[in-house]
Design a protein around this ligand. Structure first.
Ligand code: PEP
Length: 247
């Protein structure tokens, strides 16, 4: 039985002080018996939010990392640095990073491998554009993204990963995929993972849906057989995040 995992992606929002205030309000409102809860906060807020949630079952995640250990990569942060702080998760390949920062499938694979090597859980994001959906190539496109993301990842490491299926047309638009649309692609993600590894391994990997999840639609989406929780953007910055976890 896969445990649900709800991750909030705060994106580039909140100062460290605001982040601590919000984390404090969330910490008493979420029921961590219902799901694994992860707050993916801006890099400057990692340390204060880690402190704010210490002693709870809430985990903290980064929104990005570099795949090298150290070196001349101005502005970047390594997996080792994140782990040394107590960070447990990292989002890799979010569509905003693919779109605005030219991240490729190959780069996503390098980041996922490095995250795993250092003991971080990568939340690997995949998802199609509206154009791709209209062309009828959603499943082929997402299958390819998953195949490349998992290249050279052992099955022991694969089961630690989280995949977030996020249709780009549903991110930050208020347009949620129907639970049937989300389930269809999450099931396809699990199927390709089954082809790469085995059905047994694929059955252990958690697949989230992301894209305008809110307090009202979460329960239906997360009740689908292949959807193991959500990656939540906008609503993760509101008290509503607790309703999504506690639904
Ligand atoms: C996201 O950024 O991963 C996301 C799903 O955003 P939103 O919930 O705002 O659509």
């Amino acid at each position: 039985m896969r445990r649900k995992i709800i991750a909030g992606n705060w994106k580039m929002n909140l100062t460290p002080r605001e982040a601590v205030d919000f984390a404090n309000s969330i910490k008493s409102a979420v029921d961590t018996d219902k799901a694994d809860v992860v707050l993916c906060v801006p890099a400057v807020s990692l340390a204060p939010v880690l402190e704010a949630v210490s002693g709870t079952n809430i985990s903290v995640g980064a929104q990005n990392m570099h795949f090298e250990d150290s070196g001349a990569f101005t502005g970047e942060i390594s997996a080792k640095m994140l782990v040394s702080m107590g960070v447990r998760y990292v989002i890799v390949g979010h569509s905003e990073r693919r779109e605005y920062f030219a991240e490729t499938d190959e780069g996503v694979n390098k980041k996922a491998r490095k995250a795993l090597a250092e003991g971080l859980v990568p939340i690997i994001c995949v998802g199609e554009t509206l154009h791709q959906r209209e062309q009828g190539i959603t499943i082929d496109f997402v299958r390819r993204q998953v195949r490349i993301a998992f290249l050279e990842i052992s099955q022991e490491d694969a089961v630690k990963c989280v995949v977030a299926y996020e249709p780009i047309w549903a991110i930050g638009t208020g347009k949620t995929a129907t639970s049937e649309q989300a389930e269809e692609v999450c099931a396809a993600v699990r199927q390709v993972l089954g082809e790469i590894y085995s059905v047994e391994v694929a059955a252990k990997i958690r697949v989230q849906y992301g894209g305008s999840v809110n307090g009202k639609n979460a329960s239906e989406l997360f009740s689908m057989p292949n959807i193991d929780g959500g990656l939540v953007g906008g609503a993760s910055l509101k008290p509503e995040f607790a309703d999504i976890v506690n639904h």
